[in-house]
Design a protein around this ligand. Structure first.
Ligand SMILES: Nc1ncnc2c1ncn2[C@@H]1O[C@H](COP(=O)(O)OP(=O)(O)O)[C@@H](O)[C@H]1O
Ligand SMILES: [Mg+2]
Length: 421
């Protein structure tokens, strides 16, 4: 019997997951809630309306796949499980690895998972004194979810003190900033490591590297991610083994020992310094935009693997196999992102893409036959190539075809990957 799927979310990650799941011979209709201008069968229920989503999944007999972190942190998986609905993703307790950075840091400390030195504060004066006692630069982090904005990387004590004020005193991130982490700034090369777990085993996904800053050469403010490629040579076989065993498996096993079964995608944001990996943070879902190049390289039925994660049967599946090609995703954003930008601008050129590139939608919406911009990160154009260099050529030739008045993209996505080869 074919199964219906409900993908929750509205970003490029969710479009990519739907795209891959739609290739499964076991899948019937894929619904997306609330979806975007590129996703099929959009259901007008927001990701925070857990009752509405449960009701829809029940009536349409869906296997639900949760894309973003907010519904996971709100306990959507626990809720669906209570109702007997099949749902992919971690429980609310397991999602604490992402929803409380303090919980995650304490967890890593007691389980000896490599991460930056840190202290926790709820008092600005004490945090400031701590900063002044250190002889290294720090990063100041709000504890809770802050839509990727609650982390301030500091170049001096003055910057750290102003970051402490921003989060703890001005409360720029609301209650997410009731407590902060002040941690050592680790200067190295950042990459993403994502695995799929069923609570016992963890299958590595292909390696990838994001480009967080808005401008070329990694300059300017942090964004949700301006592009990503897979695989990345910076995580070689040796480092893969270390990260897989000493970070991912250690995390899954320690969670289990503490009574929390982690099912879902476990994402470790890694900083590599002198060949040694440090965990900057966990996410409990696929990265966006890393998901786009990773799904394009999947040479397996993603539905089978997501079901096995839920059922606890991942060890009975063959290892995930990957296309040997490289994949590169370039994010097309609205000018002005990550600050202010316009919406409702018409985008054209979708039909002229011919070289196998896929246009994953993020901040778009449909208006009749037209596609309009509807967010900061608008599209994630993704292409394969027999080498990283050819994937870069392919993706940049594809994005030329897509035009709108406010289009902005980095011109160097994947380039740093060439320097590790
Ligand atoms: N200890 C650290 N040293 C250096 N850079 C860091 C450190 N922690 C975070 N960063 C930088 O800040 C970015 C955002 O931090 P992260 O912990 O991933 O939080 P979030 O994704 O929730 O904003 C990271 O991608 C990394 O570039
Ligand atoms: Mg991050």
């Amino acid at each position: 019997m074919l199964v219906n799927i409900l993908v929750i979310g509205s970003g490029g990650r969710e479009h990519a997951l739907s795209w891959k799941l739609s290739q499964s011979s076991k899948v019937d209709t894929i619904f997306t809630a609330p979806g975007n201008g590129g996703t099929q069968n959009n259901v007008p229920i927001n990701a925070d309306d857990l009752d509405g989503l449960a009701d829809f999944a029940q009536k349409n007999n869906c296997f639900t796949v949760v894309g973003p972190e907010d519904p996971l942190a709100a306990g959507i998986v626990d809720k669906f499980n209570k109702l007997g609905l099949k749902v992919f993703g971690p429980s609310q307790k397991a999602a604490q690895l992402e929803s409380s950075k303090i919980w995650a840091k304490d967890f890593m400390k007691r389980n000896e998972i490599p991460s930056a030195r840190f202290e926790i504060f709820d008092n600005a004066q004490k945090a400031q004194e701590y900063v002044e006692s250190l002889d290294y630069n720090v990063v100041v982090k709000a504890d809770g979810l802050a839509a990727g904005k609650g982390v301030i990387v500091c170049n001096s004590n003055d910057e750290a003190i102003s970051a402490i004020q921003t989060i703890l005193v001005k409360k720029t991130f609301g209650d997410a900033g009731n407590r902060i982490i002040v941690e050592e700034r680790i200067d190295g090369i950042e990459a993403s490591y994502i695995a799929l777990s069923d609570g016992d085993v963890a299958i590595p996904m292909a390696t990838s590297q994001d480009h967080k800053r808005i401008f070329d050469n990694d300059e300017g403010p942090n964004t949700g991610g301006m592009g990503a490629y897979s695989p990345t040579a910076i995580i070689d076989d040796n480092l893969t083994k270390i990260i897989q065993e000493e970070i991912i498996e250690k995390t899954i096993h320690a969670m289990k020992k503490e009574g929390i079964v982690f099912k879902g995608f476990l994402y470790a944001g890694i900083m590599i310094r002198d060949g040694k990996p440090f965990v900057l943070e966990y996410n409990v879902r696929m990265g966006d935009p890393e998901c786009q190049p990773i799904t394009m390289r999947m040479d397996f039925d993603l539905y089978d693997y997501l079901v096995a994660s839920v059922d606890g049967t991942l060890s009975s599946l063959p290892p995930a196999s990957w296309k040997l090609q490289s994949a590169v995703c370039v994010v097309l954003a609205s000018k002005g992102y990550p600050e202010s930008y316009s919406k409702n601008d018409e985008i054209t050129g979708f039909d002229s893409i011919s070289n196998g590139a896929i246009v994953f939608h993020a901040g778009t919406k449909k208006s009749g036959e037209k596609i309009l911009s509807n967010g900061g990160r608008v599209l994630g154009v993704t292409a394969l190539g027999d080498s990283l260099e050819s994937a870069i050529t392919n993706v940049y030739s594809a994005i030329e075809k897509i035009t709108w008045s406010q289009k902005y993209n980095r011109t160097d996505i994947g380039k740093k990957g060439l320097s590790y080869l």
